[in-house]
Design a protein around this ligand. Structure first.
Ligand SMILES: NC(=O)c1ccc[n+]([C@@H]2O[C@H](COP(=O)([O-])OP(=O)(O)OC[C@H]3O[C@@H](n4cnc5c(N)ncnc54)[C@H](OP(=O)(O)O)[C@@H]3O)[C@@H](O)[C@H]2O)c1
Length: 236
């Protein structure tokens, strides 16, 4: 796909991966609708990225808001790319994990992906060009680890959903890719309770992978990519 002039929707654009995805996509000439709740952060990014970036202040766990936004926004143009990136981790032993935290993860990491994907897919089907949905899972969608059972559950589920959609939507000219990154230095760890280390991956490098996956020729589908830091922790 030549990204110049393409229309992309990126969730979780106010920080971390979503902000870097938006940067790299607009640099390639794509028009990006960047969604998140923190309007001030989106406004700062809009100043940096210019007219190609459209900030959308929205809580994507609100199904009514998501469906209303999609139908109000894409009246003339059709989207080409959907990046389901927004996600949250709430770590801890299962007997200390609050139900609210469990539901927060399910609502954002899974339910919101369904709301947006099911609302956008009919528009991607109408689009005569090859389109692309990219879901951001995690290495936690490939292997379980102690004390992250809820997060594991959402990311394994997202991997399963992606695999199903890849097989379902290829017949409509829609690629589906699931990215499974390991630790990345973002604000994620301030919300999750996980621990940072000094050899985490950088979000701009993950954004390079996204761009490479999107730019492959139309009849070349990369359905999943697993990414890890070479050295998971400092030898110190
Ligand atoms: N960092 C890692 O080590 C790592 C590793 C593997 C996978 N991932 C995955 O990568 C994705 C991006 O995470 P990140 O590392 O970039 O973390 P981050 O910096 O914390 O970004 C999370 C984004 O999600 C948005 N968000 C949260 N709740 C939302 C809601 N209800 N509605 C709309 N947007 C919402 C946040 O914006 P607002 O707060 O402004 O709404 C923020 O932009 C997540 O799916 C995460 O699970 C991260």
């Amino acid at each position: 796909m030549n990204l110049n002039g393409k229309v992309a929707i990126v969730t979780g654009a106010s920080s971390g991966l979503g902000a870097d995805f938006s940067r790299r996509l607009t640099q390639k000439g794509a028009v990006v609708y960047g969604i998140a709740r923190r309007g001030d952060r989106l406004a700062e990014l809009q100043k940096e990225l210019g007219a190609g970036f459209h900030p959308v202040e929205m809580d994507i766990t609100d199904e009514h808001a998501v469906r209303g936004w999609v139908s109000a926004t894409f009246t003339g143009t059709l989207p080409d790319i959907l990046v389901n990136n927004a996600g949250i981790g709430k770590f801890g032993p299962v007997d200390q994990l609050a139900s609210d935290d469990w539901h927060t993860m399910i609502n954002l990491n899974l339910n919101a992906v369904f709301y947006l994907t099911s609302a956008v897919t009919p528009l991607l089907k109408k689009n005569a060009e090859v389109c692309h949905i990219v879901n951001i899972a995690s290495i936690a969608g490939k292997m379980g680890n102690a004390n992250i059972s809820g997060y594991n559950a959402t990311k394994f589920a997202l991997g399963g959903m992606s695999d199903s959609l890849m097989k379902e939507l290829r017949h409509d000219g829609i690629k589906v890719t699931c990215l499974y990154p390991g630790s990345i230095a973002t604000e994620f760890f301030t919300h999750s309770g996980g621990t940072l280390h000094d050899r985490m991956m950088q979000s701009d490098d993950v954004a390079t992978v996204l761009i490479n996956v999107l730019e492959m020729p139309d009849n070349f589908l990369i359905d999943e990519v697993v990414m890890r830091p070479l050295f998971p922790k400092s030898a110190k």
